[in-house]
Ligand binder design. Structure first.
Ligand SMILES: [Zn+2]
Length: 256
């Protein structure tokens, strides 16, 4: 007898295979990242289609046979449909799903990763924070939850106190002091000061519900965004097509 599993999950990807099957990549709390075979995902008249698109948070009933999970029933819980009306938010949401998928493990509890992703998608879809803020907060908190938080309390290179003249270095994993700044001729040093360190503290340590309860200036957000993106690309060791697409759309919108 095939085993049955019922769980809630966020749909991250849906890839058509042949005429009738889609392979869904879903992110659940209990089972982490799973691949689910889904029939009827492209039938506009069916109930399935509206619950298995990327960004749908749905309740799934699947059966397992020979290690493969096949969808039996699905019901939509939330779909962040507002993202569909905003290309910039949609492209950022896609990048966030890509990052979450890359971090999620299979058959491991990923409840905090799922909560973070849902929380940030909610803020993005409701426009409760700017896309740049959501992006920086999501990237930085994600890295913190992966055990690779940006170091900001002491110098990431020598461990000494951080005073004036410090800078951020992704290669060193965080902020370095004035003495360690520029010591590596091949290093890349970004501006970072007290206000960025305060924001980093909040983003790493605040409860999820208060994650966006902070205010920073536009100049500080620009510096924080550069730190967040550089840290993310350094951590994953590759670029993301969805990130390039987000930046292209942002540039196009700023030109118009
Ligand atoms: Zn130092």
């Amino acid at each position: 007898m095939p085993e049955e599993y019922r769980f809630k999950a966020l749909v991250a990807r849906s890839v058509p295979i042949g005429d009738t099957v889609n392979l869904l990549t879903v992110l659940s709390a209990e089972y982490g990242k799973k691949t689910v075979r889904c029939y009827g995902a492209r039938k506009p008249s069916g109930r399935v289609m509206s619950a298995v698109q990327p960004f749908c948070y749905s309740e799934f009933l699947v059966t397992e046979k020979d290690g493969r999970w096949t969808l039996r029933e699905v019901g939509l819980l939330a779909n962040f449909y507002e993202l569909r009306n905003d290309m910039l938010a949609l492209s950022l949401g896609t990048y966030m799903l890509d990052l979450a998928c890359e971090c999620a493990r299979e058959n491991v509890n990923e409840s905090s990763l799922l909560s973070l992703t849902l929380n940030c998608l909610f803020v993005l879809s409701r426009k409760a924070a700017t896309p740049d803020t959501v992006k920086a907060v999501f990237e930085l908190r994600l890295l913190a939850e992966q055990g690779c938080a940006v170091v900001y309390k002491n110098c990431a290179r020598c461990g000494g106190a951080l005073g004036d003249g410090c800078a951020f270095s992704a290669k060193d994993g965080g902020i370095v002091c004035a003495d360690c700044r520029d010591v590596d001729p091949d290093g890349r040093y970004l501006p970072a000061g007290g206000s960025e360190r305060l924001a980093l503290t909040h983003i790493e340590l605040s409860p999820l519900k208060q994650l966006f309860s902070f205010r920073i200036t536009d100049a500080c957000l620009t510096r924080l965004s550069a730190i967040a993106e550089e840290s993310t690309l350094y951590y994953f060791e590759h670029d993301f097509e969805s990130l390039r697409y987000y930046k292209e759309i942002k540039e196009t919108l700023s030109d118009t």
